[in-house]
Write a protein that binds this ligand. Structure first.
Ligand code: F3S
Ligand code: F3S
Length: 105
């Protein structure tokens, strides 16, 4: 799967959402999250993110290793909705993201 990491937090450019052929990039309050089971690893999202927040799981920088679990665990209660358009903007974040101080002024 691909993973959305720290640079997305409080930026949420959303260019990635338009590229994803399976609509598996879900929007939380402060970040977006890639559904690990719905993502088909097409890689289309990675180059379009203006802040380079998206990585293939094996290429995730060590400093952001927590973001693999943050993306996966974000969906523990949501399950597999089958498309971000169905959930809309969710009003919560994974604790790793929720606990961060504000990332942009
Ligand atoms: Fe975030 Fe980049 Fe997508 S900032 S919303 S991962 S385009
Ligand atoms: Fe979508 Fe990116 Fe996966 S475009 S299918 S989230 S690699």
């Amino acid at each position: 799967t691909y993973v959305v990491a720290l640079p997305c937090v409080d930026v949420k450019d959303r260019a990635c959402v338009d590229e994803c052929p399976v609509d598996c990039i879900y929007e939380g309050e402060r970040s977006l999250y890639i559904h690990p089971d719905e993502c088909v690893d097409c890689g289309a999202c990675e180059p379009v993110c203006p802040v380079e927040a998206i990585y293939y799981e094996d290429d995730l920088p060590e400093a952001w290793a927590d973001y693999y679990r943050a993306n996966v665990d974000f969906f523990v209660e949501l399950g597999s909705p089958g498309g971000a358009a169905k959930t809309g903007v969710l009003t919560f974040d994974h604790p790793v993201i929720a606990g961060l101080s504000r990332q942009v002024a």
